[in-house]
Ligand binder design. Structure first.
Ligand code: GLN
Length: 536
């Protein structure tokens, strides 16, 4: 295909309608037709990145291979399409302003007054066009966070207006809105959608396709009405009804020919059918899986979005093991040695979740000890792995005050310590050990078996590390370091071979599990949990 095409995804009426899922679905469908696609997200908030945000604000912080802390929607993009995103796939208002201000300080603007239009909008434009520049992609999909009418998203929408004009037939806009159902009147209401489209039009953007989120089926007449009011062709009014799983969404979109409509609007051939085979196979297995596997997540955030990628990785692995996943959140702040059995015995496997700071860590240690002593499949991720190390030091090596320097900087047994290069860092934002690093696996270990190879690379997000001074002592006492960074010697994985499945990873495997390529560690963990359930 000659020139890159640009698809903008905007939203109206309410937030949380699933723009990320729609963008990911469009990406997946175009990819299934053989096109090369990338997906980008703009977040209108001022933070430079979500790295310093509390998960209660925007959910999980997703990390790209090149070490950018990004919005969790990038996780959806990767899980749906298998593409690997980079720092160019997520920009916040803060980042855009920062680079404009840095240019101004350098003197790049030659004495001009710096304004939202054209300087901020040009910077936004540059970050959109940059992805298309190398002609690597047939389509660049750009999702704009927030809803039309927000003060914050206005510069992004103004940029889309300009780009739609400049690119002509090479750009289109998909607008996602909400059609509420009024139970008392027994009616679906399109007025908010009409208003939202009017708002978009008043900013100079005519949407080409409308995706209407609703809880009930929309009639043909209702869609015709929306089409007539909004200057959109009736077949380009698509409905998006709640699904059992987000992974059904691309299929519902394809049934309504969303991908063909996009191609037609770009004057591209629709002859070549989408190759949906592997995706449909995944959905079929998911649908057919009846037997339940129960996984407990020990963490401090009682919020689905805080552990989004972990939940998705577990559910993908469950599907490929023909199980229906049931997860339960176990609040580590509530765990005591007296009540831990009550929470954990019901579960087939346990995840000790990542996290930061003191709150809830003693509960995580109690859970870890219980799991190890009762041989329950346990997967510690990042802080979870560190908790496994601390628990082992306290209860097997006998160092009762063992801790992480993060929680107790004065501990005499700092089995988890601050990384050397982190010691001088005072800025919190974007300064952790971030992104993909190589790791060599020990032959014969459980993780080597799971991956089926010795050389891997996984994504990180942490400041503290396993203290190598204790390595020999741990290994002599049964906790083995089975994954090591070949350049820095940092311990990346620990496991206890005396247990059936007791593995901790300093990295976050959950960032790289996708629908078509479930992560080998989650696959292995779920298999072990199924076995544990069978032997109960
Ligand atoms: N707080 C720990 C560290 O910084 C673990 C971080 C995490 O779980 N992502 O090392």
């Amino acid at each position: 295909m000659a020139e890159t095409k640009y698809i903008f995804v905007t939203g109206g009426v309410a937030s949380s309608l699933g723009k990320g899922i729609i963008s990911a679905s469009v990406g997946m469908l175009l990819q299934a037709r053989g096109f090369k696609v990338t997906i980008q997200k703009f977040d209108p908030y001022i933070n430079i990145d979500p790295g310093t945000l509390n998960p209660y604000e925007h959910g999980e912080c997703y990390v790209t291979e090149d070490g950018q802390e990004t919005d969790l929607d990038l996780g959806h993009y990767e899980r749906f399409t298998g593409i690997r995103t980079t720092r160019d796939n997520n920009y916040t208002t803060g980042q855009i302003y920062k680079s404009v201000i840095e240019k101004e300080r350098r003197g790049d603007y030659l004495g001009r007054t710096i304004q939202v239009i054209p300087h901020i909008t040009d910077e936004i434009k540059r970050s959109i066009m940059y992805l298309g520049r190398k002609n690597q992609y047939d389509f660049v999909i750009t999702e704009v966070g927030g809803t039309v009418g927000d003060i914050e998203s206005t510069p992004f929408l103004e940029t889309i207006r300009q780009l739609k004009w400049e690119l002509g037939k090479r750009a289109l806009c998909i607008h996602l809105t909400y059609v509420p159902y009024l139970a008392a009147a027994k009616e679906l209401k399109t007025k908010p959608t009409q208003h939202s489209v009017k708002e978009l039009q008043s900013l100079g953007i005519q949407p080409d396709i409308l995706v209407l989120r609703a809880e009930k089926d929309l009639s043909v007449n209702l869609r015709k009405k929306v089409a007539a009011f909004c200057n959109v062709s009736p077949e380009a009014v698509i409905q998006s009804i709640d699904q059992n799983t987000i992974y059904e969404v691309p299929v519902r979109m394809a049934e309504q020919k969303l991908d063909s409509i996009i191609l037609q609007k770009f004057n591209l051939s629709t002859e070549k059918e989408a190759e949906m085979g592997p995706w449909m196979h995944f959905l079929e297995r998911r649908h057919n899986a009846k037997e339940i596997i129960r996984i407990g997540l020990v963490g401090k955030y009682n919020l689905q979005d805080a552990y989004k990628s972990i939940l998705e990785s577990l559910s993908q692995a469950a599907t490929y093991n023909d199980r229906k996943l049931k997860t339960e959140f176990i609040n580590s702040e509530k765990l005591t040695t007296d009540n831990v059995a009550g929470y954990i015995d019901k579960m087939d496997g346990i995840i000790i979740c990542p996290g930061f700071g003191q709150r809830g860590i003693e509960g995580k240690i109690i859970a870890t000890q219980y799991c190890r002593e009762h041989d329950i499949p346990t997967f510690g991720i990042c802080l979870g792995m560190q908790m496994m190390v601390i628990e082992y030091a306290r209860n097997v090596l006998g160092y009762k005050d063992a801790n992480s320097a993060e929680m107790d900087s004065g501990t005499t047994h700092n089995v988890i310590d601050i990384m050397e290069e982190q010691k001088s860092i005072t800025n919190m934002g974007g300064t952790m050990r971030l992104g993909a690093y190589d790791c060599t696996l020990k032959k014969g270990s459980l993780v080597f078996q799971a991956y089926g190879k010795a050389k891997i690379a996984e994504r990180h997000r942490h400041r503290y590390e396993f203290n190598n001074n204790y390595k020999e002592e741990f290994e002599n006492n049964g906790l083995i370091c089975t994954g090591i960074n070949p350049t820095t010697n940092l311990v990346e994985i620990v496991e206890v071979p005396a247990c059936k499945w007791f593995v901790g990873t300093q990295f976050h495997p959950e960032y790289s599990s996708t629908v078509l390529q479930p992560h080998p560690l989650f696959m292995s963990f779920i298999k072990a949990s199924i076995e544990a359930a069978a032997n109960k």
